[in-house]
Design a protein around this ligand. Structure first.
Ligand code: FAD
Length: 264
């Protein structure tokens, strides 16, 4: 019965592009608020911005990311947090009013990623959707770059300490460079499922999480019947048809995601 909550997922995902914008703007606000740009992290922010410029599903986020990149050294001088001018302004220089996805974002609410409680889903859900939608958009030749950018971005800028550590461990266990979009997109999908699997157990024992959105190994059969090779898996060891999963991810995070969103 878990699965029924996700049956409308495909219709819902079209609304997720708003959340992808929300997650992008929120990620930036957090980076600034927590003064996370340091000499050791600047390079990884630049790499991630390059990925966003080319492949963010929302045009206005692509444009905003390009503006940040073009002005990077002026916006984020290496002594950015030491500048007396900023102290005088109470931190409210042009950075404080910087909107990477345009002036309307962040809106302060979530659509696809809205939890049934105040403190569930939201940003971390939106960040996953952003990362998956980037993973299906890169070309084969960019897949290793996208992998590195995403790993380093999460490692340096994701506010959840436990998450960044777990994700970093998964990134570090990859031994060969990616040279195909499908391999990278499927790696990210499988990494997300490992997190889901861990949280399924944790949420069951601790009663945490969002009861309306229980974690599951994803996608459920209702969303993608052809993704499953064996018909009735009794445990979580699903026999996936990886080609079909990739096709599904491409449709779900590619076309469906932007179908309501052509002009933005
Ligand atoms: P989410 O897991 O956020 O998923 C969002 C949506 O993505 C789902 O609604 C579904 O439509 C889709 N989806 C689900 N699974 C997959 C998949 N395998 N592939 C593609 N799409 C999928 N929380 C912790 O407590 N511990 C952690 O270690 C941790 N690590 C994280 C690492 C990263 C990089 C991120 C972005 C988040 C992490 N989180 C972690 C947060 C956690 O994964 C969830 O984001 C959060 O619990 C909210 O869950 P949700 O129900 O909104 O679904």
């Amino acid at each position: 019965e878990h699965l029924s909550s996700n049956v409308s997922d495909t219709a819902q995902i079209a609304r997720a592009v708003y959340d992808v914008e929300e997650a992008t703007a929120t990620a930036f606000d957090i980076i600034l608020e927590h003064k996370m740009i340091k000499s050791e992290t600047r390079g990884s922010l630049i790499k991630f911005l390059q990925l966003l410029v080319a492949h963010h599903p929302s045009r206005r986020c692509r444009k905003g990311s390009a503006d940040v990149l073009v002005n990077f050294d002026e916006l984020f001088p290496s002594d950015i947090w030491l500048e007396p001018k900023q102290e005088e302004n109470d931190g409210k220089n042009e950075l404080g009013s910087f909107h990477i996805c345009g002036k309307d974002v962040p809106r302060g609410y979530w659509m696809f990623c809205r939890g049934s409680k105040n403190d569930t889903r939201g940003f971390s859900c939106g960040l996953w959707v952003l990362l998956h939608s980037l993973s299906v958009r890169v070309d084969d030749g960019e897949s290793q770059f996208a992998f590195k950018s995403i790993c380093d971005f999460v490692h340096n800028f994701f506010i959840c300490e436990e998450c960044r550590q777990h994700f970093y461990d998964m990134c570090s266990s990859v031994s060969h460079p990616f040279n195909k979009t499908s391999d990278f997109a499927l790696w990210l999908w499988s990494a997300h499922n490992k997190v889901n699997e861990r949280l399924m157990k944790e949420e069951a024992s601790l009663g945490t999480g969002d009861p309306k959105f229980p974690k599951m190994i994803w996608p459920p059969k209702q969303l993608c019947p052809s993704c499953f090779r064996s018909r009735n898996p009794k445990n979580y060891e699903v026999d996936w048809d990886r080609d079909e999963v990739f096709k599904f991810l491409t449709g779900y995070y590619g076309k469906t995601l932007v179908s309501l969103y052509k002009d933005k």
